[in-house]
Design a protein around this ligand. Structure first.
Ligand SMILES: [Zn+2]
Length: 411
């Protein structure tokens, strides 16, 4: 079993050594006498911090970055995104996912929950680049019966190649998937023990159309009425919620994923943090795809989340740095049932080594405050996921080759 010792590193303002054995934090205390280890990293003037779990993205949309900005959601989807997506080949998806993973690693993310097409290519990229992921097998009824059948067959036959890779069942949204298919997919997710991820209540338009078509039920009420919400559900966006919606989401134990950048860029609205807090809802953070963000930085996502909440509800005490940091880190790991998200003995070894000499982290009055409001990706030197080093001293293996493959413009 491989052993890695990080010496003299700051963990919550205490200088410790961190011994990783295999994929687990074996020992965390000052001056560990470890005997012979495979590798030692000097942690002097550095801090160890939990990495990010990006709970909603469409990874290979990196290929559509900067394509079709500054327009209304429906026009953007129907005239720009969907026609381009239809042209993407499996090889494009593989290369786009590798670009996304480079970006995620460099900005401190070790897990992403994905929702896209050509899932086998995404799994291939994830497997090679040693990151964690749950790959959404996506469903949109308009794409035809054949694809739906193939996807269901894929889910039923799926055996994960590695513990860090899983799949989830991903009906896209209530306006692209009807009641019967939602219910069928829900049952499949139950039988297979998989998460069900979906977009929910992203725009006012979605709420209006849902109410019109379903006896005045909101999207959340509608999903409850057809029996597909429970503590296995991961619902992205949840921007437009009523008090009754919040009650439902709380009683069912649904996990919400906040995507502030995409919500702002597409003018979808503000996540209702006062309501979320009132009902103590389970919340994680996600970037959404790069064509509505336009990057995959969870550092930026934390800051935008905090600032958006404060300005939307005219309360600068709303959504503290500590709260949004928990949304971006341990809440994601907990929602996925991954035994990580904390730097603790016995937990899976996911962590970042950040450089406390970076100007954005000086002075170090409060690391979490600096991390949320001041830091950028340059502060991150080394990224460890499941005991593997994904980036060491800013170097990601094969990065140049990966970037070279996707420099060609698509338009
Ligand atoms: Zn999305």
């Amino acid at each position: 079993m491989n052993t890695l010792l990080i010496k003299n590193i700051s963990l919550k303002n205490r200088i410790v050594d961190v011994l990783i054995e295999g994929n687990v934090f074996k020992q965390i205390e000052p001056n560990i006498k470890a005997g012979k280890v495979d590798k030692i990293i000097d942690g002097t003037n550095r801090a160890i911090i939990q990495p990010f779990y990006n709970m909603h993205t469409h990874s290979s949309m990196t290929l559509l970055r900067g394509y079709g900005d500054d327009m209304r959601l429906f026009q953007w989807l129907s005239e720009y995104i969907w026609p381009q997506e239809a042209k993407l080949t499996p090889e494009d998806i593989y290369n786009g996912t590798r670009l996304a993973i480079v970006e995620m690693i460099r900005s401190g993310t070790v897990f992403f929950l994905d929702m896209y097409w050509h899932h086998s290519e995404i799994i291939r990229a994830v497997e090679e680049m040693k990151i964690r992921a749950s790959i959404g097998v996506s469903f949109i009824e308009e794409r035809g019966k054949r694809e739906i059948e193939q996807n269901i067959k894929f889910i039923n036959g799926f055996v994960s190649p590695l513990e860090r890779i899983s799949i989830n069942v991903a009906p896209h949204a209530i306006y692209t998937v009807g009641k019967d298919l939602y219910q069928e997919l829900y049952m499949i997710s139950k039988v297979k023990g998989l998460k069900l991820s979906t977009h929910l209540a992203e725009t006012m338009q979605e709420v209006k159309s849902c109410k019109k078509a379903n006896n005045n039920l909101t999207p959340t009420e509608f999903l409850e009425s057809i029996g597909v919400l429970d503590d296995n559900t991961i619902a992205a966006h949840c921007v437009h919620l009523t008090e009754h919606d919040a009650e439902i989401l709380s009683s069912k134990g649904v996990t919400l994923v906040h995507n502030p950048c995409a919500n702002m860029k597409l003018a979808s609205g503000s996540f209702n943090v006062p309501l979320i807090n009132k009902y103590d809802l389970k919340v994680c953070l996600g970037t959404d795809g790069t064509s509505s963000n336009n990057n995959l930085s969870m550092l930026e996502e934390m800051k935008f989340a905090a600032l958006l909440a404060k300005v939307s509800y005219k309360d600068s005490s709303l959504l503290s740095a500590n709260q949004v940091f928990a949304w971006a880190t341990k809440n994601g790991a907990d929602a996925m049932g991954i035994n990580s998200g904390r730097i603790k003995e016995g937990r899976l070894a996911d962590c970042l080594i950040v450089n406390l000499n970076n100007e954005r982290l000086i002075p170090n009055n409060n690391l979490i405050s600096n991390w949320v409001y001041s830091a950028d990706s340059r502060c991150i030197e080394t990224v460890i996921c499941d005991g593997n080093i994904l980036m060491e001293n800013h170097i990601i293996p094969n990065e140049e080759e990966i970037l070279e493959k996707v420099k060609r413009k698509i338009m």
